[in-house]
Design a protein around this ligand. Sequence first.
Ligand SMILES: C[S@@+](CC[C@H](N)C(=O)[O-])C[C@H]1O[C@@H](n2cnc3c(N)ncnc32)[C@H](O)[C@@H]1O
Length: 509
Amino acid sequence: MSVRQYIHPRNKYKRPPDYKQLAVMYPEFREIAIMDFVGKVRIDFKERKSLHVLTETLLKHDFDLHVNIPADNLNPAIPLRLNYILWMEDLMTHSKLEMDKVTGIDIGTGAVCIYALLLAKIYKCQVIGTEVNERSMEHAQKCVRRNELQDLIEIITVNSDKIFKDVVQTDRVYDFSMCNPPFFESEDNGFEKIVKVLPPRNASTGNDGELKIEGGEVGFVTKMIEESVEVGDRIKIYSTMIGRKADLVSLRRLLRSKDIKNMTWTEFCQGHTTRWGLAWSFLPQSIVNLTTAPVIRKRGKSIVQSLRNYKTSITFPVEDKFSCVDDIISFLRSTAEELNVKLQDLPVPEDSFDGWACQVTARERSWEHTRRKRRLAQQIVLKRAKGEDGECIEANTCAEETSKTENVTTVTTNPHEENSDKEIPDKDVPLLVCKLWVEAESLDDSQDVITQSDEILRMWMVFENGYGGLDALHSLRQYLINKLGVREKILDNPSKFKRKKKKTKESLL
Ligand SMILES: C[S@@+](CC[C@H](N)C(=O)[O-])C[C@H]1O[C@@H](n2cnc3c(N)ncnc32)[C@H](O)[C@@H]1O
C-alpha cells in the first residue's frame, strides 16, 4: 500500500515529481541529480544541499516562487506544507470563507516564510508572518520582496515569550492562524536521540533555534492555546501542526479541559513522515463548526486486534453525546463509581494507539442489580399508568417505590446471584478482571477527504481472568450498551456501515 495514498487529494505531489524533467529544465537541479544505470533520475536525500535544491526547484517549477534556502536553515519540505495549507483551505471553505478574501497569521514563519509565500501565491490571501529570529525575519522579508508579494505578506518580529499578543490588534479580526512549532525540548536533545537511533532516510536540516524550544512543542502549543483563550474569536480558526502523536493526544485533552469543544484534528501523511494538524475555534458552531469539518485522516490497524486474550467490542458511530474518546472516558469513570467497580488507568503506546485503556476489576455483578432496578422501575410506572393500583402516582415517587420492591426481589429472583454464590472458589478471586481499550476510528479507506461523521467509537473488552468467566464479561457488555443508549446503533460489522455510507454519499451525487 502506497504511503502517498493518504496525501491530501488536491496535493499535486500525490504523483511524485518528475526528476528527469526537472534535471532537463534546471541546471542547479541537474547538479544534484544522479542517474542510475537504467536511466532513472534520483537525488540523494541524505544530502542536506540536495534537499534544499529540490525544494527551491519545486517552488520555482510548480509555483513560480523564487527563493534560496540558507544552508543552516530548515528545509521546508513542500508536500507536507501543502497538505497543511490544503487542509486550511478545507476549513475555510467549510466555514464559508473565501480564500482570496481571508487574512491569516503564520506563527514562526521561518527564513523562507514558506506558508506565507504559498498562501499568497496560490490563493492571493493576506498573510502576517511572525518571527523571533532577526536573521530569519530579514531573509523572509527578502523572499517576499523578490517575489513581489509585499502587498499580500507582512513579516513582523515578535517577542519570544508571546505568540499572538504582539500581532493581534484589538480592532481587527483574522480568519485563521497556522504554525509549525519547534518540536524539540531544548534540554532533552530528543532530536539528536531520534537521529542517532534511526538510520536517517533524509538529511536533517534546520538549526537549534528552529527546532528546539523550552517545553518542546507541547510547551509551545500550550502557550498558544492559553493565549488563544484571551484573544478569543478575534482569530476565527486557530491551528497548529504537531510532530508527535503522543503530543496530539495530550493537546486535544488540554483543549477539552478548557471546554474548547469546537475543534478538529487531522493526520498529514506524505512520504515516510507523518505529522498532525490540530484546529480549534471560539466561534459558535452555527458560524464555524470544526467538528463536522473535512479531515485527511489515516489510522493504522488497531493494536488491540493483535492481543491474544478473548475480546469483544462495543462499536457505534460518533454522536452528540459521545463525540470522542474523552466522552467515553468520563462515562466509564462515573459508571465504575456507581457500580463500585475498580477502574485503573493503563499506559498505552500512544504512538500506535490513539485512545485510552484501563483495567476493570469487579467483585460482584453490581450491574445486574442496577439493570433489575431499572426494569422494576419501568414495570411500576407501567402498572401505575394502567391504573392497576387504582390511583395515579407522580413519576418522581417511582424511585422510592422501586428500592422498596428491590429489597424484596433481590433475595430470591436473581439466578446469577444464586449461581455466583456457588461459583465463588475463593473470596480473594474477583468476579471479573478485564481491560477496556477505547479508540476512535475513521472509516477512511476510500481516498476521499472524510468528515467526522465517518467516525466510529469502539470500546474493546479484553478478558483477563475472574471466576465469572466470559459470562460476566458479556453481561457487563450488555449493561454498558444499554447505559450508553446505543443498542440500536451497535455496528457488528463496521465495514458494512462504511459501504452503506458510501452508497448514500454516491446516491446524493
Ligand atoms: C520549526 S520552525 C518553522 C519554520 C517555517 N514556518 C516552516 O514551516 O518551515 C519554527 C520557527 O518558529 C520561530 N519561533 C520560535 N518561537 C517563536 C515565537 N514565540 N513567535 C514566533 N516565532 C517563533 C523560530 O525562530 C522558527 O523559525
